[in-house]
Design a protein around this ligand. Structure first.
Ligand SMILES: Nc1ncnc2c1ncn2[C@@H]1O[C@H](COP(=O)(O)OP(=O)(O)OP(=O)(O)O)[C@@H](O)[C@H]1O
Ligand SMILES: [Mg+2]
Length: 235
């Protein structure tokens, strides 16, 4: 099933001086349940702008976007917020954990906006999620007492704790060494698979991109599919 579909999407911004700036143009992309998509591109090519659109944090200037086959344009602001909270998890390069809050409190945060069991059992659910990322014994640790790799594992637990169907990762390994980055990505893939979520990863690192099954390049706001060298080799 197609979770998210973009048709001829553009994003332009009006600049105070001079003509408007086109950040994305003619973007076509479909993401289905269980997909592993990577997007590579130079700094300034529009990757984060695209991810903000995919995460319903921003709207296309022109073109159409569908979430669960429903036009995003027709969503009210609160319907968009609800869909984002329930179905989308974000992971950022700089982890973006709440400082001064424990690992457990960080993972619990998204559950404060949930309903029913997810809300009432938030502490238990968050603890189980921390255990799944191998940090059950660091539940009371503050972010500044954790290593970069551990902080990113907390961020992964937080992004997955409501069982999203789409995980959006913007340079998730950008602040980690190669080995830690690779182990964090494998963990992310594993927990995404366990919860049946699609994963879209933005990265500069070809080795991280190779972990995906569908590859795209973004060049000056134009998205093009890439056939992986590995896939091109006959069996
Ligand atoms: N609100 C805005 N107003 C003006 N320019 C913007 C705005 N948002 C993004 N841009 C510009 O659009 C281009 C793409 O930005 P974006 O953050 O999407 O790049 P990126 O590919 O994520 O880069 P990086 O790899 O450095 O994170 C940049 O030139 C940026 O300066
Ligand atoms: Mg960026």
């Amino acid at each position: 099933m197609t979770l998210l579909r973009l048709e001829e999407v553009t994003r332009t911004v009006e600049l105070v001086e001079g003509p408007s700036l086109t950040i994305l143009s003619g973007v076509n992309l479909a993401v289905s349940v269980g997909d592993r998509v990577s997007i590579v591109g130079r700094s300034g090519s529009g990757k984060s702008t695209l991810l903000n659109l995919l995460g319903l944090l921003d709207k296309p200037t022109t073109g159409a976007m569908f979430f669960d086959d429903k036009p995003v344009k027709s969503f009210s602001a609160s319907a968009r917020d609800r869909a984002r909270g329930r179905d989308i998890g974000f992971i950022f390069q700089q982890f973006n954990l709440l400082q001064g809050r424990t690992a457990l409190e960080n993972v619990m945060t998204p559950l404060l906006y949930a309903e029913g069991r997810q809300f009432w059992q938030r502490s238990k659910i968050a603890r189980e999620m921390l255990e799944r990322v191998g940090l059950g014994n660091r539940a009371q640790a503050l972010p500044d007492k954790l290593s970069g790799g551990e902080q990113q594992r907390v961020a992964i637990a937080r992004s997955l704790v409501r069982g999203p169907r789409l995980i959006l990762a913007d340079e998730p390994t950008g602040a980690l060494d190669l080995e830690t980055g690779a182990s964090v990505m494998h963990l992310l893939d594993e927990v995404a698979t366990a919860s049946g979520a699609a994963l879209v990863t933005i990265t500069h690192d070809p080795a991280i991109a190779e972990l995906s099954s569908t590859h795209y390049r973004l060049d000056h706001g134009v998205l093009t599919p890439v056939v992986s060298h590995l896939e091109a080799v006959p069996a």
